[in-house]
Structure formats: structure tokens, C-alpha cells
Design a protein around this ligand. Sequence first.
Ligand code: NAD
Ligand code: UD1
Length: 335
Amino acid sequence: MKILVTGGAGYIGSHTFVELVREGHEPVIFDNFSNASREILPRLEQLTGKTPVMIEGDIRDTVLLSRTLSQQGAEAVIHFAGAKAVGESMKDPLKYYSNNVTGTQSLLEAMQENGVRKIVFSSSATVYGDPEQLPIPETHPLSTANTYGETKLVIENMLRAVSSSGPGWSVILLRYFNPVGAHETGLIGESPDGIPNNLMPYICQVAVGRRDKLQVYGNDYDTPDGTGVRDYIHVKDLAAGHVAAINRIEAPQCTAINLGTGRGTSVLEMVAAFSEAAGKPIPYEIMGRREGDVASCYADPGLAREYLGWEARFGIGEMCRDAWNWQSRNPMGYE
Ligand code: NAD
Ligand code: UD1
């Protein structure tokens, strides 16, 4: 299938691009490189044996998007493009409403104009707020405590409204838990700008010598070792989940599906697994809790298994091994 992949030059988009090509699809990347490097393109070519079709542009440019959909003959869209830093979203909410919400509205208008009505959207477990139930099923009440999460909720609502506005729309909302890891070749991986906000890229930068030590945010949570518990998922499993969603996109629907492993891992368990994979200790210090963090968050992945026939294959050991392989081969990321 010809698929427009917005944000296809980014972390999850690039891994999904490789998986789509491998499965015989024809993805077209649409990205403005606001959080990606052009260095990704030769690497995608090396991984797939094909020059990636790439349109540089902003998803808020409806005219360019519409022309791209029609010229490329796209039949479906996978929509990754957007801004994703929780802290930044509280300081600069308009950037988040503009990029994420206005950007998605523009994309849907361009799709409507061209009769393209199949879309897979990158949502997040952040829409479950502070979980009332673990593991978290898709039916869990939705709420959020930050602007980034609010934009994901608004977009989910926009997609639900569009899909019920008339026949023909097929929408799959994929709610990712915590994506980590990299392609096993070490050619592509996560390359955050500045100080990483998330655990795995921070640990990677400590291991490679870019940072002194990890700050562990809180060891007094109601969890087995007191540190936060999350459902880490290998980015290659996530990419495979998108291919599985594309294979189910024909039927009219609006379906929300968790992509997680169903297993929780604490911060200290992750530090231990990474030390083992990298063959070196990861120095850390215990700090106070980070505002907005929840104690535990992990998925009920049952619906993904039933509906998409998908389940995660990789464990924490493989996630750490591949993250370390990427970071040690590319100490400064794509820079
Ligand atoms: P990323 O920043 O690496 O990728 C996003 C891509 O979108 C980048 O290449 C960026 O240049 C591009 N982009 C941003 N705004 C754009 C715009 N206005 N027009 C065109 N391109 C634009 O992030 P990622 O980790 O790959 O995440 C992809 C999606 O998944 C995002 O929507 C994110 O919110 C969602 N998500 C990510 C995580 C995570 O932990 N990484 C978790 C849950 C959900
Ligand atoms: C973060 C986002 C969430 C987003 C998710 C996607 C916040 C508050 N939440 O979630 O909205 O959907 O990423 O992956 O940013 N930790 C440390 N030290 C660090 C970094 C993290 O101890 O330097 C701890 C955290 O307290 C948490 C765990 O590691 O317990 C995971 O943190 P992180 O990788 O930032 O992910 P989330 O908090 O789950």
C-alpha cells in the first residue's frame, strides 16, 4: 500500500519506515526536520536498499499536503508528526496546540480533499493519566495532567468525530507505552536534542560518557523497589505494530489499541539491565520525585493480540542491547 508517513524521519517513524518497506509497502516520508536529522535518509537507504521518497514540509501546510497525497497516490496515512516533550508543552502550550492539534486538522482536511480516509495515529499512554487500574485496558477513563497529553486527547476526539461524521473513515489510535531501543544494526536510533527527558536516552548518554550520572526521580513510590514502573517496548515491536494496524485499516472503524508488552520494569531494574548489556556500571543518585510522574503504568495488551494479531517479541535485555549498540556506534546521535 502507498502510505504517507508524517514525521517519518523521526525516531519511531524511521523504524516504522524500514518495517513498512520490508513488508512490501511503499511509504512516503513527510517531515519538516524540526526534530530529525537529514542524516537519516542515507541510513534508511542503506537499510532498505531503496532511496526513500521524502517530501520536506510542515503538516500545517494543507496545500502542500494535499498536493503530496494526490501526486504520490497515497491510500493511507500513518501520522507521527508532532512535538512530544511534556515539560516544554507546559512552557510553550501554543507550540503544542499549533503543531499537534492544528497540524492534525490540516492533515485531515488534506485527506478529506483527496478522498484518503485511512489513518493510523500515534497516541500515547499519557491519555490514561494516573492509572486507576493496572494493567491498563483501552476502556480505562481518559484524563491528562499536561498540555502534551491534552493535545493527544483533543486529537483522539477529533479523529473520533471525523470518523463518525460519514462513511468510509477508518481510524486506528495506537496508544504507545514507553518506546525504547534501536534497530539492531545500530544505523538508526533515538537522538534527542539537548538533555534527554526520558530514562533510556539519559542512561545511554551516561554509559557513553556524555553525562556523569543518572538522577533517579524518587524511590518512595508504592512499587517493589520504590522507583517508577513503566511498560518499555522495543521500537522494532512498535514498528511491527504499525504494519499490523495497516493490515487492519481497510474496515471502517475508530479503534483505540494499546501497544505495550504488559510487563512493568522499575527504574532500578532498567539500570541493572543496561549495566549488564553495556558491561559497565551506570552511576546514579536518588532524587526527589519528578512532578507529574505516576508510580506505575503498564498496558493490558490483549486487544492488540486479538484484533491486530500482534504482540511484543523483545524483552528488556534486547531493548538495552540495541539501545547501547546504537549509542556506542553513534555517541553524538546523528550530529
Ligand atoms: P520524533 O520527534 O523523533 O518524531 C516526530 C517527527 O515529526 C520528527 O521527525 C519531526 O521533525 C517531525 N515533525 C514535528 N512537527 C512537524 C510538523 N509540524 N510538520 C512536519 N513534521 C513534523 O518523535 P517520536 O518519538 O518518533 O514520536 C512520534 C510520535 O509518537 C509523536 O506524535 C509522539 O507524540 C508519539 N509518541 C511518542 C512516544 C515516545 O516516547 N517517543 C510515546 C508516545 C507517543
Ligand atoms: C514520559 C512522559 C509521557 C510520555 C512518555 C513517552 C513525562 C512526565 N511523561 O513518560 O507523557 O507519554 O514519556 O515515552 O515526561 N526517570 C528517572 N530519571 C530520568 C528520567 C526518567 O528516574 O532522568 C524515571 C521517571 O521518573 C519514570 C521512568 O524513569 O519513573 C520513565 O520516565 P520517562 O522515560 O520520562 O517516561 P514516562 O515518565 O513514563
